[in-house]
Design a protein around this ligand. Structure first.
Ligand SMILES: [Fe+2]
Length: 461
């Protein structure tokens, strides 16, 4: 560590101590400032976007749960030259892939772009916790990958989630993914905004392809749980593209039917000791709508004895004290917050705002249009809200926080990074945020969470 770096760290420590001393229980607005370098997308010829060698080689390989608990896994990939073979073979060793499944395929047009052949194939009859090898591309170029099926859901099953949002495909995005890989999670909860292809004229869909090649190094080997963000809408009536979520839903599958949902954009999975509910900020959620009805039914299905940790994913945050996207999540908060507090949700993860923020347990459900109780209040039944839209995309950092920091905000910082959530047992989980400017193992913000159902103590201290 150089003298300048030591000095900077010392100044940071002094500033944090001073902030704590002068403000008591006030939250922290971290004085850390990331270097202000350009946030540019990696060029198409970057090595992370390399097309795998071999004729018609499967590319953009990614997996996600194929049922609610991971005894099925859906494998997706793209072939560029011709349709090729839709079969996936799989088994517990690379020499023994004796099971097989037949996939389906789709293509789509987007203005002047035509996709490759997009394959989806669900591998079934998997055993929890068993490592499987899988291969596809038979007849042309075969590629082999592996994953471990998630452990059987139960009350005390340790599991480590990576939490990533708004990733994009810049050099910072690459740093975020590398940091996550070094931290070694078992699955990713992705809170929306994948490729940012829509940042380009005509929503250059080649950027959907390059993004999928970029993240293959992780998502071909462990399931990522997808949430739809605004950059998945690709709604562009000015060029005749009026089907919302077209590229996203053609390319990415979710196990929504297994969750009793009628749309791929809202659903649930049960992984280890967690029941994870995925919501769509950009679909109807008003009273009587399909998402409203599904969520009402889904919360009644949650069994905290079987899966103690209740986690909700969405894209647009409800508690965000950054001036970017300020209050955009407000209508959904008004609609659903009372349900989540009543259900004692442990943690709500969102993205959208390109910085990092963690809340204390606060709620704002007492208000009606005559009682004047409009201010969020401490509430140990309320979730912790984490905004983790700091994956590093082309739009850059959101470095404009509101002042003063509201009392619900525990920690906020305008840096790129990712977080991890390590569930230890039914009562304790360790949450940590990692900024990209630190070494991969360093934590910039961390907290031990206690479970709202099994040990609802004040875990904000
Ligand atoms: Fe967003």
């Amino acid at each position: 560590m150089g003298a300048r770096r030591r000095l900077a760290l010392l100044a940071l420590a002094v500033a944090l101590a001073a902030a704590a001393a002068t403000t008591g229980h006030a939250g922290v607005t971290s004085p850390y400032r990331r270097k202000l370098e350009a946030t540019a997308d990696m060029p198409f010829d970057a090595d992370v976007f390399r097309v795998p060698p071999g004729y018609n080689a499967p590319q953009q390989v990614h997996i996600t749960l194929g049922d609610q608990t991971g005894t099925a896994m859906t494998v997706s990939w793209v072939t560029a030259s011709e349709l090729g073979n839709g079969t996936v073979r799989y088994g517990p060793s690379p020499d023994k892939m004796e099971m097989s499944a037949q996939g389906t395929h789709t293509r789509y047009d987007y203005f002047n772009y035509t996709s490759g052949f997009i394959h989806h194939c669900t591998l079934r009859n998997l055993k929890h916790g068993v490592k499987y090898y899988y291969a596809m591309g038979f007849g042309h170029t075969v590629r082999t990958f592996s994953f471990t099926a998630p452990p059987k859901p139960g009350p005390d099953v340790p599991f480590k989630f990576g939490l990533i949002g708004d990733l994009g495909q810049t050099f910072d995005s690459n740093s975020t993914l590398s940091h996550y890989e070094a931290n070694g999670g078992d699955a990713v909860l992705f809170v929306g905004d994948l490729s940012y292809a829509d940042a380009y004229p005509l929503h250059d869909n080649r950027r959907w392809d390059s993004w999928a090649r970029f993240v293959e190094r992780s998502v071909a080997y462990q399931p990522w749980i997808w949430t739809a963000g605004n950059h998945e809408l690709d709604y562009a009536p000015e060029i005749g593209e009026t089907v919302p979520f077209k590229p996203f839903t053609r390319r990415y599958r979710t196990p929504y039917r297994a969750a009793g949902s009628t749309e791929p954009l809202w659903y649930s999975v049960k992984v280890a000791s967690a029941h994870i509910i995925v919501l769509s900020s950009y679909s109807s959620y008003g009273k009587y709508t399909p998402q409203w009805t599904w969520l009402s039914d889904e919360l009644a299905r949650v069994d905290r004895k079987a899966t103690p940790w209740l986690i909700v994913l969405m894209h647009s945050p409800w508690y965000n004290s950054n001036n970017y996207h300020y209050m955009e999540g407000e209508t959904m908060r008004v609609q659903f917050e009372s349900w989540l507090v009543a259900a004692k949700v442990d943690i709500v993860l969102a993205g959208h705002v390109h910085s990092y923020e963690r809340s204390r347990r606060f709620s704002n459900v007492a208000y009606n249009i005559v009682n004047g109780k409009a201010t969020p209040v401490r509430d140990l039944d309320a979730p912790v809200y984490v905004t983790i839209g700091d994956g590093g995309n082309i739009e850059g950092i959101a470095n404009n926080f509101t002042e003063p920091q509201p009392s619900y905000s525990a920690f906020r910082e305008a840096s790129f990074g990712h977080a991890t959530l390590e569930i230890k047992n039914r009562t304790h989980a360790y949450y940590a945020w990692h900024r990209n400017h630190d070494g991969a193992k360093a934590t910039a913000d961390s907290v031990w969470l206690t479970n709202r159902h099994h040990l609802p103590t004040d875990d904000s201290k």
